[in-house]
Design a protein around this ligand. Structure first.
Ligand SMILES: [Zn+2]
Length: 637
């Protein structure tokens, strides 16, 4: 960390005392935490404006994300004071019941906790992503930012200096005692493609090697590379786009030569880097160390590194329900199929800006409920990254020509305490309760990459009809998962959206399932309903999403049912309360056991017993009212 060392000539007596206390005090670290995350976890960032002890005591926070980097910032007499301070902070947090601490590392070192490293280190500034003209680029979504006069350079993840910096961050995080790391922007330099990066020497060298190893001389010739020895991708690109602006135009028009190969090289280089960081973290911190990534909606480029990750933190395109839940629920289901929890779900800058402009603070309560009902965790919303002035007309569309987003939008975090306390108070009704899966949906990654697959719409249709579904993942060279019989056998049957685009063993597995009548082409929801006896169904005209979750090992309460109000009124920033709701629960949902009592629990009101009636086709439950979120606790004999 020589480059980052800030030498302090005068060390105050306070710091001296602090350092000597640290050297004599043994900090204990216990890394034997159970994994995966608990469904009842309450997750906060670790860098928020709210003091850590309040997060723990008032909101019940027990997982802290994005711990500060412990890399050397201030050294005195050979002691990294920051690292020592973090050790104490982590030990104190554990005493308070914080189960997991995540150190943040950023392949794109932005945000206030990394600015200073970049600003203090000219070698990191030089390790920037370059455009076709060789000019350094600024981070596309933070072009207005400066720190001590240094702009926010967009760091190239293939540059040896950047990589050295990431290793320094992981090493220091492990020394500080973090339980794991969360990598922000794990896609590295590949993200800059749309803006015309990265044409730095290191990326060009890497791409050259990639081409040479992957293709035969004949294949290279077909790609227009007559002699790989002296091939320079920049020269080929300059023929169609010799400036950054020209690149952006040509890229949008699909005119950049070898662009698919270049992207393939970049995303795989980034995935290899995630793997390296994982191995380093585990080597230093032990096998229990977990590694996650901060991602967006888990589109194809996010999944190339999924086999090296234990969890996700994600910004989502949330909006007003019901439509505002379409993309996020798909992402939740995709993460579940990947067996990786979204351990910190939150809004993206467009969603937060929309919410800010509409003063729709209560909408967040629905988002919290949605996240937990799907088995993920919504991070305590202290603040949001939003656009300061840009008007956002639609929650689901990134505004054109937007300014840089900043973390300026403060939320009424206290208002959300009852929702988190509800989860903590009823933890036993969250933990170990798994999503019910009745119908499977084939997810072909090759087809998703072509952006032609109708799987999103299929899933949304099933969800709106309260048909519990799960995804059967069929991977490709970007997604490691392979479709197996085991994936398919957990569903009553699997619907197959077009196009399929499978080959080899995965197609054979699907063919076998089709021959057995357990895989059928997707037609519509009515067709699905003719093939199943639904686990849950709505019998009243209520705008409610019903999500059953099961815990077969709980003999008293084998099932809980989450009820989410979808009837949100933006003008009132409130749900239109749903009253006199009747739902039917198929007997098989309770494994044909007799229901003894049903309790309606809610973060906003006292628990009550609700009436129900046993009928031949199921248990009919009468629910007087749901405002934002209700949960039925079914006690069985
Ligand atoms: Zn580069």
């Amino acid at each position: 960390m020589k480059q980052l060392l800030i030498v302090i000539a005068i060390i105050t007596s306070t710091l001296s005392t602090f350092a000597s206390e640290m050297s004599t005090k043994e900090t204990t670290t216990n890394k034997k935490y159970p994994y995966p995350f608990k469904y009842s976890d309450v997750v906060s960032d670790n860098i928020s404006l709210v003091p850590q002890d309040r997060v723990v005591k008032d909101w019940g926070g027990n997982v802290l994300m994005w711990g500060e980097p412990a890399a050397s910032e201030v050294e005195a007499a050979g002691v990294n004071l920051k690292l020592e301070r973090l050790k104490v902070q982590i030990a104190k947090g554990r005493e308070d019941g914080v189960r997991l601490y995540m150190g943040g590392i950023f392949f794109v070192p932005h945000s206030n906790i990394y600015f200073k490293y970049l600003a203090a280190d000219p070698t990191l500034q030089e390790a920037a992503i370059r455009d076709i003209e060789g000019k350094r680029m600024l981070l596309a979504w933070m072009v207005d930012h400066t720190y001590r006069g240094v702009p926010q350079y967009w760091t190239c993840s293939n540059n040896p200096r950047s990589r050295e910096f990431y290793r320094e961050c992981v090493t220091a995080a492990m020394e500080a005692g973090y339980d794991g790391i969360c990598i922000e922007e794990p896609r590295g330099s590949s993200v800059s493609l749309f803006a015309g990066g990265c044409f730095c020497d290191h990326c060009m060298e890497g791409f050259h090697d990639y081409l040479e190893k992957k293709f035969t001389p004949e294949e290279l010739k077909q790609k227009g590379i007559l002699n790989i020895e002296d091939f320079d991708y920049r020269e080929m690109v300059r023929d169609v786009a010799d400036t950054r602006e020209a690149w952006v135009r040509a890229y949008r028009q699909g005119k950049i030569p070898l662009v698919a190969d270049f992207q393939d090289f970049q995303v795989k280089a980034a995935a290899a880097l995630v793997k390296e960081m994982r191995e380093l973290a585990k080597r230093m911190g032990g096998e229990d160390i977990i590694v996650g990534a901060f991602g967006a909606m888990l589109g194809p480029t996010w999944l190339v590194n999924s086999q090296y990750l234990d969890f996700y933190c994600s910004e989502h395109k949330y909006g007003p329900p019901p439509e505002g839940y379409k993309q996020v629920t798909f992402t939740y289901e995709l993460a579940r199929a990947l067996e990786k929890p979204i351990s910190w779900s939150n809004g993206n800058p467009t969603a937060w800006t929309y919410l800010k402009q509409n003063k729709a603070f209560n909408m967040v309560k629905g988002w919290i409920a949605l996240s937990y009902a799907f088995g993920h965790n919504f991070g305590i919303p202290h603040y949001g990254w939003a656009f300061p002035r840009t008007k956002v007309e639609r929650w689901d569309r990134h505004p054109k020509n937007s300014e840089s987003c900043t973390p300026h939008f403060l939320l009424p975090t206290e208002d959300y305490i009852p929702f988190y306390q509800f989860v903590t108070r009823n933890a036993e009704l969250f933990d170990d309760y798994e999503a019910v899966e009745q119908v499977g949906v084939l997810y072909s990654h090759a087809a998703i990459r072509k952006r032609k697959n109708e799987v999103h719409n299929v899933c949304w249709s099933l969800l709106k009809t309260n048909i519990p579904y799960g995804l059967a993942l069929a991977g490709d060279d970007w997604l490691a998962n392979r479709l197996t019989e085991k994936d398919l056998s957990k569903f009553e049957f699997v619907v197959v959206p077009e196009p399929i685009m499978l080959e080899g063993e995965q197609q054979r597995v699907l063919d076998e399932w089709t021959a057995k009548g357990r895989a059928v082409p997707w037609k519509d929801v009515d067709d699905v309903l003719t093939r199943i006896e639904p686990f849950v169904s709505l019998k009243s005209k209520s705008n409610i999403l019903i999500r059953p979750r099961k815990n077969p090992s709980n003999s008293t309460v084998p099932v809980v049912i989450h009820l989410l109000n979808l009837d949100y009124d933006l003008a009132k920033d409130a749900m239109n309360r749903q009253t006199d709701i009747t739902i039917c629960l198929a007997h098989k949902l309770m494994d044909d056991r007799d229901v003894r009592s049903i309790t309606l629990l809610s973060p906003e009101s006292e628990s009550i017993q609700v009436p129900f009636e046993n009928k031949p086709d199921g248990v009919y439950v009468s629910i007087p009212e749901v405002d934002i979120w209700g949960m039925l606790k079914l006690e069985c004999d």
